[in-house]
Structure formats: structure tokens, C-alpha cells
Design a binder for this molecule. Structure first.
Ligand code: ADP
Length: 498
């Protein structure tokens, strides 16, 4: 591997797409980011343009290589990590998406899920997939897309249609339209994969009316999926690691044994705990999911998925225009001593763990005449921390050993107020690494290890540095006392739309 200098990580997230070059020590040497357009065609719906995702991915790759004056031939492998559950149908002859991609936060298939629940299917689905029946996962979204395309484009030749999550879409494009595959961690989020077999479940495909031949092949997370096409990137580089974004960050944090866990703060927050090589089931409505696999071994995890955290900051910026940038929320929150009795319920896309209420909607409670925008902004940040506290409490109930430290990463962990409030609300330290892009880092580590560019996982983990530990402080008592009031607000916002 002497001539190789880099691993290229592609982090295709909900807010935006990123290409990052990592060096031999596992450090970032350059990165290019482009924010992604969010389309809200109806309340509770969210779409992405898959063509834009691929276009931006391609241009981010070109730019990061140019800016670093790197040579494509110096890249040993590509690691890919993506927003999970978001899915797309496309035509393999034209390469064009047949409809906008339906994003994981989208609630349009809630009624379909309720119908399945009424049919008594929830338990079977949970048993097979490890997931709670919810519009969050891909199955009902793919079913919706198929129906829509059949309706709007009746002449479609279904032999030419391919389906997949964003990793499949990017992989197919990277490989010059050759490889239609997905990794097992992304597949485990579709609600179509049987956890016991690691393959598509025929009875679930039947239930959702999804033809098996449009689905990608499920492959191990670490290993070569195919090579980039020379026409596309200028060289044949192996795509050697694919992970769902949360699983990638779990890998980067070194959480490879039971007892280790992390929480990522992006569009949503995701607490993921490694459970080893056996599937573990939760009593607290946490999800059982695949962490990652090699051709020899599959690791599993328990997960508390919270849909709306950083997304509520985007909403303050783009919807309400209360702030100019996400970073403004920190100084604004520090300008006031508390929220003046205001509580925010971030159910903008319903509620995920531990409530799983597709009919909840966002709400501010406790507003009186003296409330200023700083109080509202602070209430939004506090609500992020309270939602994480709910899933930490759930994970503690599931386990005989309580969580004593929270390892974090993701864009919103830059916010010091949020991190301190999180430590206060939980009463345990919060540990923030130097590199907050753990998602991209995990994909780089996985791909680099698979091709032998990196030879030791543990030394990569040992090289990662902690930037700051937030200890629970004087705000603890207040933060924990207010949690009860916040929980009352959550109860009022539940089952809002029927
Ligand atoms: P994703 O992978 O889900 O797109 P990222 O890890 O890139 O998410 O983080 C982006 C999210 O973090 C956005 O929702 C943004 O609003 C939020 N964010 C970024 N900076 C801050 C900040 N300083 N304070 C609070 N939230 C922030």
C-alpha cells in the first residue's frame, strides 16, 4: 500500500453531502461540503432530489481532490456512509430517479402503518426486523413510490426499475451503473430485512408488494462492493466500506463491544449501543439493528432514534427566521437565565423513541407575555437534551449497568450550551472528540481496514482525541426538575392529528 496516501470518505447526510480525505493516521486532511435542498411538498412530508445528491457528491469529490492537490491514484479506497431509510426508485436505462426520494423523516405513510397495525402485523414485523412498525423505515415508503409511479407513469417497464437507499444510489452511480448493492446496516433499516438471515424477507416483500428483483443485493459493510468507474472518477478505486450514518459513527467511537455506546447529534439524535454478535431485544421500544458486518461476523446494536433535534435548529433558521445561523443559538441561550417557563416539543416529524407516535406534532407550551425569542431558542436546545435523556433513561431500564458517560459527535455537538445542559440533565459527563465528523471517520476506518490501508482498528481508535468533557454542574438540579414539566408538554403534544 506504499503509494497510497488517502481514504476518501463520502458522508451523504440529511442536511448535506460531504467528501473528506483521511490520511494514514486517520486524520482529516481536507473536506468539501454542500448543503442539500429540502423539499416540503405537504405538511409532514420531506423529499430530496436524488439527482442533486449524486451531482453534489460528484462535485464534492472533485473539489476536495483539487483543493488538496491530491491524485485520484493516491486514494486507496472509498468509504460511504449515508442518511438511512431514505429511499429512491430509478430507471437503470436512463439513470434518472422516477420520483423524488422520500426522506426518513417523512410521515406520508403513517396511515399505511396504522392499517398494518390494525391487521395485527406489528408484532411479526418487530420479530423479524427488530424495528417498531413506523413510517420512519423504508418499506412503506418504497411501497408508496411504487404505487405513485404505477399511477403517474403507467408505461414504466418494471424490468428496468431499481430501488434502494441512498448508499445503493451512490454506489450504482460511482461504479458507472454496474453494481446494485447495499450494506447490511442500511438494509436492516428498511423493515424488509430479516435480522436472523441477513437477507430480504420474502413474506415482508409480499406484504408491501415490493418485487424482489428491484431490490439491491445485501453485502457485508466491510469488503469490496465494486470499483469506481474510470469515466466517473478518473480511476478505479475500490468502494470498500458502506455503513448507515449512525453505525459508522458507532464504529468510529470504537464501540465494538457490549457496554459501549454513543450519541450522534445531527438532524435527529441517535443513541446506539453495541450489543455484540447476538441480537438483543429491548423492553423499552428501542430498536434492534445491525451495527456492521464483515464476511466473517455480524455485530448488532440497540438504538434509540430521535427524529427531530438539529432539524428544529434548521427550522428556527429557515422557517421562523429567528436566527441567522445554527451557531447563534448558543450565545442567545446564554443571554437568558432560563426559558421563562417555555417548553418545546420537537415533534416536527412525530415522535420516535421511546414514544413512537406518528401523530404527535411540534408545540411550544407555557408562553406568557414576557417571553422573548431568546427564551424560545433556549427551550429548543433544552428540548434536544431532554429527548436524549428520555432514550438514555430507556436504555438504562433495559440494562443492568447504567450509562455513566456519554460519547457524542455530530454537527450540533459544537454547541457548548447544549453539551453542558446535556450533562446537567443526565447527571453524567458528556465526552466530545476533536473530530465531530465521526460518521465520515467511521466510513473511512471501515474502508481503510478492508483494503489494508489501515492495519489496526484499535490503534485508530486510540489515536482519536477527546477535545472536552462536560461534567454535570450547578445547573443540574434545575435541569432535572424541569424535565418533569417538559414530559408533561410531550404528553399534551401526542396524538395531535388523527
Ligand atoms: P446530518 O448528518 O443529520 O445532516 P450533521 O452532523 O451534519 O447532521 O449536523 C447538522 C445539524 O446540526 C443541523 O441540523 C444543524 O442545525 C445542527 N447544528 C449545527 N451547528 C449547530 C450549533 N452550533 N448548535 C446547534 N445545532 C447545530
Amino acid at each position: 500500500m506504499a503509494d497510497y496516501k488517502y481514504i476518501l470518505a463520502l458522508d451523504l447526510g440529511t442536511t448535506g453531502n460531504r467528501a473528506i480525505l483521511f490520511d494514514k493516521q486517520g486524520n482529516i486532511v481536507g473536506q468539501v461540503y454542500k448543503e442539500l435542498t429540502q423539499h416540503y411538498p405537504q405538511p409532514g412530508w420531506l423529499e430530496h432530489d436524488a439527482a442533486e445528491i449524486w451531482r453534489d457528491t460528484h462535485s464534492c469529490i472533485q473539489k476536495v481532490i483539487d483543493e488538496q492537490q491530491a491524485k485520484v491514484a493516491e486514494i486507496a479506497a472509498i468509504g460511504l456512509t449515508v442518511q438511512r431509510e431514505t429511499c429512491v426508485l430509478w430507471d437503470k436505462t436512463t439513470g434518472e430517479p422516477l420520483h423524488k426520494a422520500i426522506v426518513w423523516q417523512d410521515r406520508r405513510t403513517a396511515a399505511m402503518c396504522n392499517k398494518l397495525r390494525d391487521m395485527g402485523k406489528a408484532e411479526e414485523i418487530q420479530q423479524k426486523t427488530g424495528l417498531v412498525l413506523d413510517a420512519y423505515f423504508s418499506a412503506t415508503k418504497i411501497a408508496w413510490l411504487i404505487d405513485k409511479v404505477k399511477q403517474d407513469q403507467p408505461d414504466t417497464n418494471w424490468d428496468n426499475v431499481l430501488a434502494g437507499t441512498i448508499d445503493s444510489w451512490a454506489l450504482w452511480n460511482l461504479t458507472g451503473r454496474q453494481v446494485h448493492a447495499t450494506d447490511i446496516s442500511n438494509a436492516s433499516r428498511t423493515m424488509l430485512m430479516n435480522l436472523a438471515t441477513g437477507n430480504w424477507d420474502d413474506s415482508l416483500l409480499d406484504l408491501f408488494n415490493i418485487p424482489r428483483n428491484i431490490m439491491p443485493e445485501i453485502m457485508p459493510s466491510m469488503g469490496v462492493f465494486g470499483n469506481s468507474d474510470r469515466e466517473v472518477l478518473g480511476a478505479e478505486i475500490p468502494i470498500a466500506g458502506i455503513f448507515g450514518d449512525q453505525q459508522a459513527s458507532l464504529f468510529a467511537h470504537g464501540c465494538d463491544r457490549p457496554g459501549l455506546l454513543k450519541c450522534t447529534y445531527g438532524t435527529g439524535c441517535f443513541l446506539v449501543a453495541q450489543t455484540g454478535t447476538e441480537v438483543t431485544r429491548s423492553h423499552e421500544r428501542l430498536l434492534s439493528t445491525v451495527a456492521w458486518s464483515t464476511d466473517k461476523q455480524t455485530n448488532y446494536a440497540l438504538e434509540g432514534a430521535i427524529f427531530t433535534t438539529g432539524a428544529s435548529i434548521q427550522w428556527l433558521r429557515d422557517g421562523l427566521k429567528l436566527i441567522d445561523s445554527a451557531a447563534d443559538t448558543e450565545p442567545m441561550s446564554l443571554q437568558v437565565a432560563d426559558t421563562d417557563g417555555v417548553y418545546f416539543v420537537p415533534a416536527l416529524s412525530g415522535l420516535g423513541a421511546p414514544h413512537w407516535d406518528m401523530n404527535a406534532r411540534g408545540a411550544f407550551f407555557g408562553i406568557t407575555g414576557g417571553v422573548k425569542r431568546e427564551h424560545m431558542v433556549r427551550a429548543v436546545l433544552e428540548a434536544i437534551a431532554y429527548q436524549v435523556k428520555e432514550v438514555v433513561d430507556a436504555a438504562n431500564k433495559d440494562s443492568d449497568k447504567p450509562i455513566s458517560l456519554l460519547k457524542v459527535d455530530g454537527g450540533a455537538t459544537k454547541n457548548n450550551f447544549l453539551m453542558q445542559f446535556q450533562a446537567d440533565a443526565l447527571g453524567v459527563p458528556v465526552e466530545r472528540p476533536v473530530i465531530l465528523d465521526a460518521t465520515a471517520q467511521g466510513a473511512a476506518f471501515g474502508a481503510g481496514l478492508a483494503v489494508g490501508f489501515y492495519d489496526d482498528y484499535q490503534s485508530l481508535i486510540d489515536n482519536r482525541q477527546i477535545e472536552r468533557v462536560f461534567e454535570p454542574g450547578e445547573g443540574q438540579e434545575q435541569a432535572q426538575a424541569n424535565f418533569a414539566m417538559w414530559s408533561k408538554a410531550v404528553e399534551r403534544a401526542k396524538n395531535w392529528i388523527e
